[in-house]
Design a protein around this ligand. Sequence first.
Ligand SMILES: [Zn+2]
Length: 393
Amino acid sequence: MLTALLNQQVFTTIHHSREELRGLRRKDVSFVCPHCSSILTMRIGSRNIPHFAHRSRADCELMRGETPQHLLSKQLLYDRISSLYNQVSLEHYIRELKQVADIYVKTDTAEIAIEIQCSTIPISDIVQRTRGYHRRRITPFWILTQPLKSKKLLNLTSFQQAFIRYSPSLDYFLLQFLPDRSIFQLYTHLLPVSGTAFMSGAPITIPVSEFTLPPSIPNEPVHPPYSLSKWNDFRTKWIYNKIHYNKARTDVFLREVYEEGDTFLYLPLYIGLPVIPHGIHIRNHEVEWQYYVWKDCLKKDRLFSVESVCKALNGRLIKGHIELRSFPLLKSEEVIKIIASGYLRLLEEVQVLRKINDAFQLTEPWSCPDHFSAFEQHRHVFFPKRKHILKKL
Ligand SMILES: [Zn+2]
């Protein structure tokens, strides 16, 4: 922690030089934790930011041990934000919530609590803290400072995915803070190709010296910054992985496909289309949930509606066949309905469906290719149509 009480006054290490702090330490003055009143030790190393620590970890419920990354993040963001606003405090205790916000900002119109998250915590904790802030009419602003695995694709743990937010110009995006480089990185237009891997554009860099609340985005990309031509390769890869790593007898989805008499390897290409951008809410691969939609609706009824597709998807959610990603920083109302209409619109554009008033109907009876040459034939017919659609997405 960076703040303590000295003679009942708030004392912050970042406002003093190392020399001044060493002088105080020699005088043997008592720094006290503002939350639990226990005596604190001042730590002045050469690498980390000078900070306070409890003598015993068990002492304090509110201020647990912090990583050097967390201390540095707090200092950098506090310096930047206090250059923008007058009322900014560090490690601010909110009595009603029994919570300490890393940085707290009071503007003319709003109260903002900045939460810097370095370590992985249960997503339910993020949900709970976020709700607490909203109850007090405080806007929480969560900042992720974990390193991300990114090569051709961005790989995100469930915890890191919990920091995904949405804006109409950036689609689903993730903001990451890198204190060692004093920059933020913004990954935009996230498109999952599996439960953990995402396509995205090259990250946009925002130096901490240009950070604002909310962040203003330089040079916004107008179009998705990647090509969708790779989509089908990832879809095929996912199918092969599924066959390779799952036993057909134990995998609920594969069992259903086989029992239905369909050939998993040669499912029609309109099962597994990217529903951009909101399809990201469903954690399962597009092949899975869109196969369920086909089986529960398209095949059964001569005519069906967006509502019947929603009902089918909700039923699959209840059975646990599909699940939604946890996005605690997003409002996720009506997401199933938005995804269902998005998918049906795509199917209409690739002429798998035709619309009759508010209902839909298959243009041709279903047939799942059952051997390689039938599948090749389907590819041959389908791809020219789909190419045109994907360009528009
Ligand atoms: Zn304490």
